[in-house]
Design a protein around this ligand. Structure first.
Ligand SMILES: [Fe+2]
Length: 148
């Protein structure tokens, strides 16, 4: 399995900014595209993550996904993402993992709202089926091997 739920504490609701202010928040990088953006996380939430995640991480962002993502692997050394969905973007949204032929789906999951999970982002993957904005907290672990 390349997508797995992991048993980590739920994010306290009072640390999550209103959805509109996440969407309109400051961009984390200059690589934003219209369909996919990373936004800076608020300091209170970042502090909570540092305290509450039982692993080291080198980045944490809000991911804002407007369009369907093409099949891709994540950039450079992001082998694994630890994510927590704040908005699913619809009822029939699937995160798919593909074989190297970019056609054969080897795993397909409708990921639950507000449940921590790991995704092996070094495998070819995409997200399809959302008809509204999909938003997650995304944490990039330094020691990713324990999630593989
Ligand atoms: Fe990705």
């Amino acid at each position: 399995m390349f997508i797995k739920y992991i048993d980590l504490p739920s994010v306290p609701e009072d640390l999550i900014p209103p959805i509109d202010s996440i969407i309109n928040g400051k961009s984390y990088s200059r690589n934003d595209r219209s369909m996919f953006k990373c936004k800076e996380i608020n300091p209170e939430l970042e502090e909570w993550l540092k305290k509450s995640m039982p692993f080291e991480f080198y980045a944490c962002v809000f991911q804002v996904m407007v369009g369907w993502l093409p099949i891709h692997v994540d950039t450079k050394n992001r082998m694994v993402a630890i994510n927590y969905l704040l908005c699913q973007g619809g009822k029939n949204v699937f995160t798919n993992i593909y074989d190297n032929d970019k056609i054969t789906v080897i795993e397909s999951k409708n990921i639950n709202l507000k449940q921590w999970h790991s995704i092996q982002t070094h495998k070819l993957h995409n997200v399809i089926g959302h008809d509204t904005t999909r938003i997650s907290i995304s944490v990039s672990p330094t020691d990713y091997e324990k999630f593989m």
